[in-house]
Design a protein around this ligand. Sequence first.
Ligand code: UDP
Length: 473
Amino acid sequence: APRPPTPHVAMLVTPGMGHLIPLAELAKRLAAHHGVTATLVTFASTASATQRAFLASLPPAITSLSLPPVDLSDLPQDAAIETLMSEECARSVPALTEILTELKSSKRLVAFVADLFGADSFDAAVAAGVPKRCLFFPTNLHGLTLILNLPKLHESIPGEFKDMAEPLRLPGCVPIPGPDVLSPLQDKSNPSYKWMVHHGARYREAHAILVNSFDAVEPDAAAALRAPEPGRPTVHNIGPLTQTREGSTVGGGPREACLEWLDRQPAKSVVFVSFGSGGALPAEQMRELALGLELSGQRFLWVVRSPSDEGAVNANYYDAESKKDPLAYLPEGFVERTKDTGLVIPSWAPQIKVLAHESTGGFLVHCGWNSVLESLVHGVPMVAWPLYAEQRQNAVMMSTEGGVGVAIRVPETKRKEEIAEAVREMMVGQGKGALVRAKVAELQKAALEGLCEGGAAAAALAEVVHTWTGEDK
Ligand code: UDP
């Protein structure tokens, strides 16, 4: 019989490199291991240079196209990013329906994959008659469990999360103190709250939910979600899907200067400091961090952004390049004093290459989930300094008693002495630091094994593909 045409999936990427990078990685795995090609559909609002360079670097089995711009000018100036992304998605349904209809007429379109703010795009998949709808959840099972439970929690918790007397307890999850619960839920009068509840309800319309996590990092949550529940899609732990070194041409040159600097440092001696694609600190914290790094006596490589007081805390989210010269905000004389032990670089680093470098021994991280996974895959212990979104919740799971123990959390007061202490303990400490380093080494092994042929993550993805194509591969 003639071979059926190559199966194809369409994926909708809501804004942010933290969404694009893991979805592209999923597309690469589908192409390399399952013979499935993909179209990544992006939003016009995120056509930054960083994103364009990234899309251009993908293999030919993965094509991309952008939705036309939608008018969001009626939304308030201070609308939360979750609101912006959700609105942009909802308003793009007609254009997306056209794109999917067109793809379906020219290819064997077996599935549509949305990511965490894209649940409304399921309407487009239904209208276009795409056989399977999936949700790709780029963070972890703790985050997914929370969002899936939101419609219920909305009924049972009348006040604000931050005012709860007891931590939030969810099946299989580390208890989360109210103030650390997902930031868009922290003010119920803000539209971002209603959007998240809405997504939680709509996630149930997916045929399957693919999560970028792995069992060893949250075993109890994995067990809880594996137990079938009527009306809830099956959950597949397909991670950690992280950027590969070959694929990360973002940031350009043949070999970036910061990697050459790393080449000259001793093995495992450098703390990498970065707050993700959008994070920036208030000026005061930026100062304490500089002084804390200096005080720690450890070598460091710091990706510096202009302080958040110059804009919103996530001002760089839609565009990874800082608007002003961020080095101008460092304490007087800092760069000169630390020139033998530290390097500061503005805005963006080839993070995956830095984490893979043998000189890197620790990561002071904002707890964005991609960064956490990248750190684990490379066996790098962490200091947790969460900023927004689900980062505080991740920090709880990573660093508190009963959690997985892969990080030391910097206290809220963020004093330079506290920062120095956390950094030193992670790098060379014999107490908590030693435990963290051992746990990270163990998880690195589990993560890599899962992705090998026959491993848990590889099997989970194969299972999903089977439901799309009916073929075993
Ligand atoms: N990233 C990078 N260089 C930077 C900052 C970020 O390559 O200077 C990459 C990082 O490796 C990760 C992604 O951008 O893959 C950030 O995702 P994450 O979930 O950690 O945080 P977010 O940016 O969503 O806050």
